[in-house]
Design a protein around this ligand. Structure first.
Ligand SMILES: [Zn+2]
Length: 256
């Protein structure tokens, strides 16, 4: 039986995965308040589940999923109970060191799959830092932005106009589908710290969004593995360890 969880592999299995040019997913979530009706692990649960399902769906090459990073950058949620945030540089260092270790074992294709809006700009900037300072090429995506997930989000949305919001229609739907036992729909109402309309959440919408995100991620992983992902190619071609050691940075493309 194929293994997808990084923590279940033995040493020789890592060597085999490197030889097969495995793609490694680092799910990045948060532990932050999600209104009065959703559990605090909402973001971690969503991105970790999507990563697992995509990894399971691919047989042509190995996809490994790390244990999810369960805390992220959420200072804006600290005013509500339960939130655990890292400080900015702690978060940057944590992600950098995890990615650098994965890379050190020979993996060349590493993807951060993010589940929390507040993490997105940090991860985007981190890619440059890792490439320039560590010679480590990674890609980073937030699950609801991988096309066409955004279109499905919009198509199923009755109230929130396709926005992921925060604990609104979309996230409530996801959690009603993924871990309904932790959702209290009697408390699903707008309150401070909620963005969007939780009352419009439904299990069916959640299932459609999750399926779309898994399909989109599967496609992305295949393109990444085959080298078709233009963005990743640009990074690998233009910045190498040799450039860094010789202090010869290639000119960045203007659109990046
Ligand atoms: Zn969330």
């Amino acid at each position: 039986m194929k293994k997808i969880f990084w923590q279940e592999l033995r040493r020789t299995e890592f060597e085999e995965a490197v030889k097969a040019d495995a793609v490694v997913i680092i799910p990045v979530g948060s532990t932050e308040q999600h209104g009065n009706h959703l559990p605090i692990n909402t973001d971690t649960n969503s991105c970790f589940t999507i990563a697992q399902r995509a990894a399971q769906a691919i047989d042509e090459f190995p996809v490994l999923v790390l244990p999810p990073v369960w805390t992220g950058y959420s200072p804006h949620h600290m005013q509500h109970p339960g939130t655990i945030t890292l400080k900015y540089y702690t978060f940057v260092d944590l992600l950098s060191q995890i990615a650098t270790c994965v890379h050190a074992h020979g993996f060349k294709k590493i993807l951060f799959l993010n589940g929390h809006g507040g993490n997105s700009p940090v991860i985007a900037a981190l890619r440059t830092k890792l490439a320039a300072e560590e010679g480590v090429s990674v890609i980073g995506y937030t699950y609801w932005n991988i096309s066409p997930t955004d279109e499905v989000l919009e198509a199923v949305s009755e109230a929130d106009k396709g926005s992921i919001g925060h604990s609104g229609e979309a996230e409530t739907s996801l959690q009603l589908y993924l871990q309904p036992e932790l959702v209290d729909m009697n408390a699903a109402d707008w309150t401070l710290g909620v963005s969007g309309d939780p009352t419009k959440g439904s299990r069916e919408k959640g299932e459609r969004i999750v399926n779309a995100a898994v399909d989109a991620l599967v496609k992305l992983l295949r393109n990444y593995h085959s080298g078709k992902l233009e963005d990743a190619l640009v990074w690998r071609r233009e910045i190498t360890t040799e450039h860094i050691n010789n202090d010869q940075f290639p000119k960045y493309r203007s659109e990046h």
